[in-house]
Design a protein around this ligand. Structure first.
Ligand SMILES: Cc1cc2nc3c(=O)[nH]c(=O)nc-3n(C[C@H](O)[C@H](O)[C@H](O)COP(=O)(O)OP(=O)(O)OC[C@H]3O[C@@H](n4cnc5c(N)ncnc54)[C@H](O)[C@@H]3O)c2cc1C
Length: 249
């Protein structure tokens, strides 16, 4: 959105493909947990600006190599984001496993008893989202701290809400295996325990998703990869790279 805005401001003719029906990418789901509504203002702002600047929006349309080449572009900017990281844990494909994105998007509902795998920002936020619905939530994190990728003042507020809702946080603990009705955990002293749950919510990060780059390499004059498609990070980096790439066209 930022790359399209700045390229259009510079007088380029811009077509923006998005496989989704609305602008905003991950922000749509990132804005769902409590107190994050403000993130909705970004797609709202860009939506107005892109229309005003005459960017041609092709929503609900996946940009394939063929579709892109048909437009004969001088430059292709790939900002296709990331996909859910699914590590090689035995049982990860069982029906009990859902992703944080599935939960936040409302695509999957969870039962009352939930284990959140991963105690980074997304794991803690999805845990809070579920705890506010009075679900019994346990966060499992293999590091000895949670919320490490969050600003400390946000973590202070969020951890208070998690404590108020009795969210259990198991640090230095790994999920060794996922069963039909829970998980097998192993802690740093090699103690194994079984924890029952209705669902396991994966919040173990994203991996870059830039298949389009490989399809187009050598077939277009210039191709740039930005944002999470380059490396999953945060909004600030995605916007910064969008700005810089389009500014330097
Ligand atoms: C649950 C969650 C919460 C988050 N909360 C925060 C936060 O509080 N603060 C923060 O800074 N960051 C947060 N992030 C990270 C932030 O959302 C991302 O860093 C940012 O959205 C990356 O922007 P992007 O444009 O690179 O990719 P994305 O936002 O992932 O957008 C990629 C877009 O490309 C589209 N697409 C993919 N392939 C194609 C194709 N072939 N053709 C057409 N369209 C395609 C997708 O439909 C999508 O709309 C959060 C992420 C998640 C998952």
């Amino acid at each position: 959105m930022e790359a399209a805005r700045v390229a259009a401001l510079k007088g380029h003719q811009v077509i923006l493909f998005d496989a989704g029906r609305e602008l905003g990418g991950m922000l749509k789901w990132g804005s769902v947990p409590p107190h994050k509504e403000i993130l909705k203002t970004l797609p709202e702002y860009y939506s107005g600006e892109l229309k005003r600047l005459g960017v041609e929006l092709r929503m609900g349309m996946e940009a394939t190599g063929e579709l892109v080449l048909r437009e004969k572009p001088d430059t292709v900017i790939v900002a296709s984001g990331g996909v859910v990281l699914k590590p090689d844990i035995p049982g990860i494909d069982k029906g009990i496993v859902v992703s944080a994105l599935d939960v936040l998007s409302g695509k999957r509902k969870t039962g009352k008893d939930v284990i959140v795998a991963g105690g980074g920002a997304v794991g803690c936020e999805v845990a809070n989202h579920l705890a506010q619905q009075d679900k019994k939530v346990t966060i499992v994190e293999m590091l000895d701290s949670v919320g490490l990728d969050m600003d400390s003042w946000i973590w202070v507020c969020l951890s208070a809400e998690l404590a108020e809702k009795n969210v259990r946080i198991l640090k230095s603990t790994k999920i060794e295996e996922i069963a039909e009705d829970g998980v097998v955990l192993i802690d740093k002293s090699w103690n194994r325990t079984v924890l029952k749950a209705d669902h396991v919510v994966l919040a173990l990060g994203l991996k870059r998703f830039d298949g389009l780059t490989r399809e187009l390499e050598g077939k277009v004059r210039e191709i740039r990869v930005i944002g999470d498609a380059k490396m999953p990070r945060r909004i600030q980096e995605a916007i910064y790279e969008g700005f810089l790439t389009a500014y330097n066209l």
